[in-house]
Design a protein around this ligand. Sequence first.
Ligand code: GLA
Length: 714
Amino acid sequence: MTLVSYDPAARLWLLSTAGSSCAIRLDEDDVLRQVHWGRPLTLEQALAAAAGPVAAPGSSFDGITGEEYPAEGGARFGLPSLQLRHADGSRGVHWRYLGHGIETGVAEAAGEEGFRPCELTIRFRDRHYPLELDLHYRLRPNSEVLERRAVLRHTESESEPWGEPVRLLRMDAACWTLPRLPDYGLSHATGGWSSESQLRRTALPVAETVLTSRRGITSHQANPWLMIDDGSATEDSGEVWSTALAWSGSWRITVQRTPDGVVSCTGGSGHEGLVVRLLPGDSWETPVYAGQYTADGFGGASRAWHRHIADHVLPRADELRPVLYNSWEATGFRVTEQNQMQLASKAAELGVELFVLDDGWFGARRDDSAGLGDWTPSAEGFPDGLGPLAAEVRRLGMRFGLWVEPEMVNPDSDLYREHPDWVLRMPHREQSALRNQLVLDLARPEVAGWAHARLDALVSEYAIDYLKWDMNRPFTDAGRPGHPDPDRLWFDHVHAVHALMARLRADHPGLRIEACAGGGGRVDLGVLAHTDAAWTSDNTDALDRIGIQHGYSQLYPARTMSAWVTDSPNPLTGRSLPLAFRFHIAMAGALGIGGDLRGWTDVELRQAADLVARYKRIRPVVQQGAQYRHRNAVQHVMGEESVVIAWQLPVPHGVPIPPLRLAALDPAARYRDQETGRLHEGALLLTRGLDARLDLGLDSDFSSTVVHLRREGD
Ligand code: GLA
């Protein structure tokens, strides 16, 4: 199957997935413009579209729009994806088309012969300055997602006339232009620490709307994805254009809606004000800014992203995520061999498969004021090292995991005393020690080398199965005294973290990694390429989690969503919720337990063990099935099976509770409830639905249930 076609006469490319097409063409002045992004087109149809009025015409006074990669220069008044200054003071670029290449990769999985990844590269050179630009478009088998990125090269050597650095002021990965619609709605996520992933749906203003992080990490406050529709899409219906950036540092996506009705979004790494120097011979490569068009509502858009992330982003999407126990909420910084062994033995009885020792196990770490950077077991808590605990955890039949925060140092640590110059800092400026810690400059090879050596030694010595990789503070006063190109650290740090993770994984094939940044502060397609799960939020209150998980699920799949059951009342919110409710909400993701099991009653422990066993039965469907979001329920569907997790929230007396109509079942089939044995008609599950009280037994606030359906044989 041809995923990319080219028409030389029209200089038009057509990129197609199963459910969408994107057509782009070069105009007379070699400017690359979008012709179409939306439902599938044939090449003939795309050519007809290019011959007619273009989707986003623009005029020289309104600003030229519809460009695939608008750069500063000429009569352009919109926001450029590329802004730069040459050594002679001139700004911008004027491209000449050089050529293109279409590369077909090898099949990524068995049975995918003939349906292979495909990459189109379109190349340009500036008409005067020694600069070249490659625009990349990658399509993957069985994915609706188009991955775009850009590479800029300074092609002269130092001895030549222009052999001087170019200053890059902004270099986004791509600009996506939408078709003209009567109106536009914008969906995105905002939040904060312990309130990540709050879904926002608003009308898109006629303005420039900036979604961004200036924190050096992806951030709790905004996550680098968005969805745009015509304002009328629902969970189940309507066209949705969505984009997501694969970057774990500062980022910026600007959505422009011009007064003449053109909408585009340009996005990439970095934030305003950062300037990097591109030296002769150097190149600069952006991360991927991916986009997809889907026609089946926000739910359909989410499922397409989930599939793409599972098939093409995550390193080990095929593996079932283990049920884990994490010590943080139970013992805080006060971890000892003895209290961890107690927790481990209780956790094992519940059916936990992976025991993760959280913060506090190293150096002089007894609170957040000391020890970060000293990655050797604390003599006080673990006089014989971690060996005895690791051995006990394994004897109990569990894998062993460890919390680390390799990018950080407490000023009160041996590492800082030895290497005070290893941190991000600026001359004559005070460092703000947020959470009493400073950020290590991982872009320096000696610092990255140290971090690798320490982590590698730990993983090897204790045969660590799992690292919870934390990052608890944003960058501030981020500089490199004496460095000629200090702003590069914002980019290099991210590359260094990704590279460190990749190297550890390559050297330790059994190692799995959980991304964490004070909860969900670093979740994105970039970090997920090197990790297996993400700690969704430090907020483990099951009621709050419903909203957080709803927002998370807009882009990221359930198998990556770490979700723990913790104590009641919840230590953060003080809210008391039933154990089953806490479990059921967490069972919609990768289940973990984070409560102080030493305080749980025998009845609670027995109930918890049953719920863990129940989770293991539904786990393949939850973690690997397609997810459908309903009001007060999530449903996962895989093959013959479907799992529904439903809950009841307080409603005033007299307000009717609508039945739960399921999705994606065969109306002609019958489905048996695996727990009760009850047989349901598929057609009725889809139309009449399940009554909250009579069918689901949801008879009080915070009651909840799991229904596991299997299609009956014919
Ligand atoms: C962050 C994490 C928590 C825990 C603490 C330890 O806040 O999100 O889960 O690991 O750090 O200090």
